[in-house]
Design a protein around this ligand. Sequence first.
Ligand code: YXS
Length: 259
Amino acid sequence: MSLVTTDLAATVGTITMNHGRKHNALSAALVDDLLAAFDVMERAKARALVLRAPKGVKVWSAGHDVKELPAGGRDPLGWNDPLRTVIRRIGDFPAPVIALVEGTVWGGACELALSCDLVIATPEVTFAITPAKLSVPYNVTGLLTFMSRMPLPVLKEMAFTGEPVDAARALSLGFVNHVQQAADIDAFVMKMAARIALNAPLSVTAMKRSIGILAAASPLPPIMFEQIQGERRKVWDSTDYREGMAAFLERREPVYKGE
Ligand code: YXS
């Protein structure tokens, strides 16, 4: 049985992440079903696409499936990681993707939501960027996603503390487009999606792709990329990395020693 449901109304598609038992943790299985759903919507030439969880969820997505992170000794967020794959798919999708967010959003799911073209949330939504809590070295394109959505001091606060930021603050900082009450958000999002779908799809796609290319056009000399990878390897090779994983699985607070 698929871990997502899909709906296509005229030229507006909806993909609903529906693995409630694991709070939509972005496992390989859930991401595989998401990718299949994106392909269906692209073949159907959807002109706007809504990415959501079931109505009224407590957790939109709990982020990367921690139980699928490598035990150590290699990059936990490499090119072929499911989280990286689905983030790229959102950027590659020809039509605008609108994140309809209810509930709490954790870790890599913050990047999933913010990599969407538009983010619309209820007032109860919170976003928590959690790599530091789990001793995970977030990756280059992931950090660039966040850096392009919010001021650096805000990203540093979220990344260093791991503490949630609510929808009102996210709206004031510009990484949420609109905040709508739960009773209104579905109609609000579908109205915006329908408006987008009435516009010229080739123009919308060209602008989405051009903006994406321009926003990602940050020339990084190879030596700087290798320097970043060196910093990240210190983390994924550390005993702290293994402690973060163990603490999550044992449902206890981690004790980090900086080694
Ligand atoms: O024990 P069972 O089998 O019932 O499964 C539990 C949880 O283990 C599971 N689950 C997850 N499994 C894998 N990866 C996850 N991220 C994850 N989150 C939850 O779902 C079942 C129900 O969870 P439970 O009992 O904790 O539910 P709750 O209602 O008490 O609490 C809901 C949450 C979301 C507050 C809680 O599950 C939680 O704090 N989850 C972890 C959130 C988090 O830290 N996510 C970051 C994942 S790492 C990631 O995204 C990147 C690698 S990074 O860190 O770099 O950003």
